[in-house]
Write a protein of this length. Structure first.
Lengths: 448, 320
């Protein structure tokens, strides 16, 4: 079995799974935020009862991050809804924010959910993590099954702790047999129709990346290379597994960048096998036991791509699609109006370190407004404290200031998603915006 | 459905304890129709078939027969179609700034509908999906190319389309999360067409009929007919109104609801207006069950507990 198959088999208490099989999966962590949370909570209460209790108050992680530093009343109300629910349900992990004028005055507040999940030790090898956000696949970097779901599915998980990997057929008392008797499962329905593919155990596309990583490349270039190759629907209903010597040499944040953008290729989830790098990262973040799984040597993959990393060049995704891949050098004459560094894909410490090195090497000032949005409080602190290699002890923040960038702002999703009109760095009129390390599409006419 | 290990019908219910010590003071204050059932058998544990008429599970929606075949008489849609190309993403369906609207709140649900497709570039799509000043769409059917609904996991996307009044999307292919959200919410039928490039042969405003039972799309304006891929298992789920409604039809979610609600006090359980399972321990008869239920019982924990304590427990069902 592949890694993904093994994780799902174990989570559904079955010894073996085939791609296309229907399963009922135990969930280890459910994450939601201020955009998906209120709707999920509404559904949970409507379907399970106003006084219902969540399945496990320690397995739900609620992270306000999307529309935070805004005066939009509904956005602020949505954080209040999360807080009320967390109090009512005694949710252990709620990274609350109350003082919007000063993010540092909120000791619990973290910032961007996917990075917070990693930094707070909620991502663990072999587990199943679901979130009401498409970039939940980010956590696959830890060798776990992580994918995005909608409010309704999340509401169901909230009440039961399980995800239906196929709603129509599995519902019924036969489900309980699966819980009690490991041999009795569901009748696998391996159909070819799209409706039959609804929520299956995904077959895996394997990406083998080898070669020494040149110093002008980042993981973002690698994943843009891949998405450009297979297109935005190339991994639909599939799992993407990233292996090879290059991947082994990436740190956790770079691995997250790879997995984060799996959804941009239509993928269900991405995985990187856990190794010493993973274990070291987790050492000071979690004391939970975990058990990594690995693809069998004879596991069946639905496709395999080999990439010689030494041949990859810096890339960009041109408007308006992540698969509209182009060589950065071919776009050097494109006039840019502004630059935005941030988001779960591109606002991590590693990303800012990389940007700082570029500014350092150039020694010049920026010609256009340059917005910096650290993903989390920890990233913000790193920007202000970590010395940048080769700079003689300067921090990223100093280098950014010298280069004339905007002051790094409060950590959140910021303008990545657009958000309310008063969101920092939101484009409220058409412009050419270069989003460094950014996952989303370029702005359209009505931007951002 | 599994054979019932516990069987009871309202008519055979007796107001007596079965194989228990005949004393349960806290139950004597219960409402009269309290009933007890057979002890659970020790052979593989199965739960009773809740969808059988025996328990008359409470439906929150009108109960329709839980057949797996889409009822052709209700699954026909007719009217003007709205035509889109490939890779229509969730930002175009419902831009992010509207995601502060919470779909489970009725007034905000309606508002979401009024913003459906407001993110489409007007240069490419000169006919608005929703006419200026209106809150509902005049287009019950959407026709699109490949990878419809790509981008974000926001459930607001299929919700907005459904709230706006659309009934079905006919597309070449779907992004995974959008497809799943459409089925889970029951808001809109995500139907696949056989023909690549179908959208190029249709124009916004063409009058079409979608016959789900026949897997057919008819464009009356052009006179052309197209084959659709069967909606399959997703059909009955959407027809029921989404996964929760479908689950209730087949009896599963009632049980979850019951058990979850059972974390409340015994008194509250008695007053539930739906069938509720709870445990009576022979050894602890007379003691309030609240202590047990406050341990946030999860279904499979309950099942395992029952299996191991088979000789100690009887299971009771309470009707309102």
């Amino acid at each position: 079995m592949t890694m993904t198959e093994k994780i799902l088999a174990r989570a559904s208490e079955k010894s073996h799974l085939e791609p296309g099989e229907n399963v009922w999966v135990n969930v280890d962590v459910l994450m939601t935020h201020d955009v998906g949370g209120p709707g999920t909570i509404g559904i949970f209460k409507k379907e399970f009862g106003q006084n219902a209790r969540v399945w496990d108050h320690e397995k739900i992680v609620i992270i306000p991050d999307h529309y935070i530093f805004t005066s939009d009343e509904r956005a602020n109300r949505n954080v209040d809804i999360l807080r009320d629910f967390c109090l009512e349900q005694n949710i252990k992990y709620f990274y609350d924010i109350k003082d919007l004028s000063n993010f540092k005055a909120n000791p619990d507040y973290k910032g961007v959910c996917h990075i917070a999940l990693a930094q707070e030790g909620h991502c663990r090898p072999g587990e199943v993590l679901l979130g009401t956000d498409s970039h939940t696949c980010n956590a696959g970097a830890f060798g776990q099954f992580a994918t995005g779901i909608g409010n309704t599915d999340a509401g169901f998980v909230m009440g039961t702790g399980k995800l239906l990997l196929k709603a129509a057929i599995v519902l019924g008392p036969s489900h309980f047999k699966a819980v009690e008797c490991s041999d009795d499962g569901f009748k696998p329905s391996i159909g070819k129709e799209p409706a039959d593919l609804f929520g299956i155990v995904p077959p895996t596309l394997r990406f083998v990346l080898d070669g020494e990583m040149p110093n002008y490349l980042l993981a973002k270039d690698l994943i843009l290379q891949i998405i450009g190759e297979i297109t935005v629907a190339g991994a639909t209903y599939k799992s993407m597994e990233f292996v090879g010597s290059t991947v082994q040499g990436l740190n956790m944040e770079e691995r997250m960048t790879l997995c984060n953008m799996v959804v941009e290729a239509g993928g269900k989830n991405g995985v990187v096998p856990a190794d010493e790098v993973t274990f070291k990262y987790l050492e000071d973040k979690t004391s939970e036991n975990y058990e990594p799984v690995y693809s069998d040597d004879n596991a069946r993959f639905i496709g395999e791509y080999r990439i010689d990393v030494s041949k990859v060049e810096p890339l960009v995704a041109k408007p308006h699609s992540p698969d509209n891949r182009a060589l950065a050098r071919e776009c050097k004459d494109v006039k840019i109006d502004r630059v935005y560094i941030g988001s779960c894909t591109g606002g991590k410490t590693e990303d800012f370190l990389a940007a700082a090195k570029v500014f350092l090497a150039s020694g010049k000032k920026v010609k256009v407004p340059t917005f910096l949005v650290p993903a989390t409080q920890k990233v913000w602190m790193d920007i202000y404290s970590l010395p940048v290699p080769g700079s003689g002890g300067k921090t990223c923040s100093q280098i950014f200031e010298e280069a004339g960038c905007d002051t790094p702002t409060s950590p959140s999703c910021g303008a990545c998603l657009g958000g309310p009109r008063d969101t920092y760095a939101r484009m409220n009129e058409p412009q050419a915006n270069l989003r460094i390390h950014h996952k989303q599409k370029f702005p359209r006419q009505d931007g951002p | 459905m599994a054979a019932a290990a516990i069987s009871a019908t309202p008519s055979t219910v007796k107001n007596s304890f079965y194989a228990c010590n005949n004393h349960a003071p806290f139950l004597s204050s219960c409402r009269p129709r309290l009933s007890f059932h057979h002890r659970l058998s020790s052979s593989p544990l199965t739960l009773p078939s809740l969808s059988a008429p025996k328990y008359s599970p409470i439906h929150r929606h009108c109960a329709a027969s839980a057949s797996s075949k889409v009822d052709a008489s209700i699954a026909n849609f007719h009217g003007p179609c709205y035509v889109l190309g490939d890779n229509i993403d969730t930002d175009q369906i419902i831009p992010a700034e509207y995601l502060t609207l919470v779909p489970s709140k009725p007034d905000e649900y309606e508002k979401l509908g009024s913003y459906a497709f407001i993110g489409l570039p007007s240069a490419a799509y000169s006919t608005p999906f929703i006419a200026s000043g209106a809150t509902k769409t005049g287009f019950p059917i959407i026709i699109a190319g490949a990878n419809f609904g790509c981008g974000s996991s926001r459930e607001h996307a299929p919700v907005a389309l459904g709230a706006a009044g659309s009934r079905a999307v006919i597309a070449e292919s779907y992004a995974r999360i959008f497809f799943r959200n459409s089925v889970a919410t029951g808001e809109i039928y995500p139907v696949e067409c056989e023909r690549v490039g179908l959208w190029k042969e249709c124009t916004t405003g063409d009058i079409v009929t979608v016959e789900l039972g026949e897997n057919r799309l008819i464009n009356h304006t052009t006179g052309k007919e197209y084959k659709l891929k069967p909606i399959g298992d997703a059909g009955p789920v959407i027809e029921a109104g989404g996964i929760f409604a479908y689950a209730r039809k087949t009896g599963v979610v009632d049980l979850f609801v019951s058990l979850t609600d059972c974390t409340l006090s015994v008194e509250n359980m008695i007053w539930q207006v739906k069938p509720v399972w709870y445990l009576l321990s022979k050894k602890t008869l007379g003691k309030p069950l609240t202590a047990f239920w406050e341990q946030k019982i999860h279904l499979d924990i309950l099942l395992r507990y029952l299996k191991h304590h088979d000789n100690e427990f009887a299971v009771a069902e309470v009707f309102s």
